[in-house]
Design a protein around this ligand. Structure first.
Ligand code: TXA
Ligand code: MG
Length: 321
């Protein structure tokens, strides 16, 4: 059970801050977001500045349902609507052509907008009471591990007003999908899997290949180093981990492993969705131990949960890049 601790008074306070052009952190099912009025350029600029986010990386816009998409997207077809009806509220971000209403800063001067309806009662209530769309990048400084609790947000932004929605259930950022005439492209993998998208769209679904150096990134969440702790981290096999000697290491292990001199073990779930839910908190705990190395036992992405494991591995590879 997610303890939901923000009160209606706190949501009203959040709305007031947003109306004044301020920034509020809000809970979602994936990670906490840094919210501001998506139609107020100065408020959005403040979000970029707080995060230290480069202006060429566009923001996701959070809405309370497909009706709001109709004013923000220049076109919203039958396929987009079907995805929204199937997966919203939930961890799917849909890229659509942007309407003139959307400030250029939100979309990093590009022609498209990223739209998502988060599955959290507090944030849905916040958007409804505010009466408009909110930008919501993850509430961390650019490049850091995304926050899954209010304490994580406050560690980066001690003075921020944070709506407390308890720990985020899903734990990794939403799947980002772009529809092309003959196929769909997954720009960021997440808990809505290519197989789920394929079954709804009846189209081929491809995972966008890693960008080559200097290439337009399409979705800058694809930067090789992202979601990274400050302690060096490496993805290793169990055998490699057991062979580490003479270094102070913290191990994230999904299979049983004993602590040893110089070795602290954080046990990770063996189920892919539970692993995702725990991942960022575990990376932060591991980082806080101040060891020389974070060794992450490489999960085996096979079996029925393979696509979820691939989304997890994507984050692990970036944490280790
Ligand atoms: O789960 C999530 O999506 C979280 C929670 C708070 O909702 N938000 C989040 O936002 O992860 P952010 O800003 O940290 O990540 C946005 C991702 C980036 O990879 C960005 O490049 C991509 O979405 N993106 C945003 N607008 C885009 C656009 N118009 N076209 C392509 N990619 C876009
Ligand atoms: Mg982020």
């Amino acid at each position: 059970m997610t303890p939901v601790t923000s009160t209606p008074e706190q949501i009203a306070r959040g709305v007031q801050i947003l109306r004044e052009g301020g920034v509020v952190a809000f809970p979602t099912e994936t990670v906490y977001g840094l919210g501001a009025d998506a139609l107020n350029e100065a408020a959005v600029a403040h979000v970029f500045a707080l995060k230290g986010r480069p202006h060429h990386n566009p923001l996701i816009v959070h809405i309370s349902g497909p009706e709001m998409a109709l004013t923000l997207a220049r076109s919203w077809g039958e396929r987009e609507q079907r995805l929204a009806e199937t997966f919203w509220p939930g961890p799917l971000t849909i890229i659509a052509p942007a309407s003139d209403l959307v400030p250029r800063i939100v979309r990093a001067n590009g022609p498209t907008i990223a739209l998502r309806c988060p599955d959290h009662p507090i944030t849905l209530a916040l958007i409804e009471a505010f009466g408009g769309p909110l930008v919501g990048p993850s509430a961390n400084r650019s490049g850091e591990v995304s926050p899954t609790t209010p304490d994580h947000v406050l560690a980066s932004f001690p003075d921020l007003f944070v709506l407390d929605g308890g720990p985020a259930r899903a734990g990794i950022e939403s799947t980002v999908v772009r529809l092309l005439p003959d196929r769909a492209l997954v720009l960021r993998q997440g808990l809505i899997t290519p197989e789920q998208l394929r079954s709804v769209l009846a189209l081929p679904v491809e995972i966008a290949p890693a960008p080559s150096p200097g290439e337009d990134l399409g979705s800058p969440g694809r930067l090789p180093r992202h979601y990274a702790p400050s302690t060096p981290a490496r993805l290793l096999s169990r055998v490699e981990i057991l062979a580490i000697a003479g270094r102070r290491v913290v191990v994230l292990a999904a299979s049983p492993l004993d602590a040893a001199p110089g070795r602290v073990v954080l046990a990770m779930p063996s189920n892919a969705r539970a692993y995702a839910s725990r991942l960022y908190a575990a990376l932060r705990e591991a980082d806080a131990l101040g060891m020389e190395l974070i060794a992450i036992e490489r999960p085996d992405p096979s079996g029925p949960e393979a696509e979820v494991w691939h989304a997890v591995l994507d984050r692990l590879e970036r944490a280790c890049a």
